[in-house]
Design a protein. Sequence first.
Length: 333
Amino acid sequence: MRASRSAALALVAAATLVLSACGDPGSGGGEAEPTSSGSAGLATCDPIAGDKLVVLEDDKGLQNADNIIPAVNKAAADANPAIIESLDKVSAALDTEKLIALNKAVDIDRRTSSDVAKEFVETEKLAASDTAAGAGTSLTIGAANFSESSTLAEIYAEVLRTAGFEVTVQTVGNRETYLPALTDGTLAAVPEYAATLADFLNGQANGSDAESVASGDVDETVAALEPLAEAAGLTVGAPSAAQDQNAFAVTTAFADEHDVKTLSDLAATCGGLVLAGPAECPERPFCQVGLEETYGLEFADFKSYDFGLIGSAVLKGDAAIGLVLSSDGALAG
């Protein structure tokens, strides 16, 4: 179960409001010592309230590799090699920590995507060396209807402008809307997510019940994506290290108290955990089921929240661990 892109937008918007209105940490938790043991013989680790979340590393690759990757109309890429060259520079510069900072700047600090994009391109020194490569060529970069996609699209556009292209950014909507426009050349490029795009194209080609071709390995996922993209009239660039995917967070106070950095650490240390997530989490392989089967984590209780309220619940100490998105601006240091 991966949170939908509309849920991602709701998370960021709601988190900004909810986290700022939480009041003093500790109203729902505390720093109680582990109490009774769970069935696995591990001490029960009670929730610990705090003022900051930290994502535990998914060290066994439970989640599919939803790395940011440029998707480009194949005809446009073939006619203008500078498009892929420029966008690959963005991928090389982008990691999850920087993506979190970009999202914080837009969603929490309330700066515009275009201003944040210009600053990123300047700071990361992404300007093209050949400023005339795209001279005389007009391009439209597409964005989905949530802020992260808009910011990435503005970064793509800004970098392409430095290569001489005349570029506009157009917010199109969801994947079902923008992908046909990308395929027919109305859009030249769109920032995409490797695993989600691979499975979407595979579903289009082989039916909605087709098995997933994505995995937690980004190289394997992109290798599966490339022929599907080509068959759809697309070319994909290099994947970035930045990921926007399901992640599981605890408070920094909890992580420090129990000395956990990864989900494997948590499984080896704590039993009887309280998990916060959306209502469907207990039945989904990428949520509670996956945590139990892949990591052997033991949960004493599950608490259901709207996606945008999960982080707040963990911060308040209502749950020890909660489902978030790995690029949420609220995770910024």
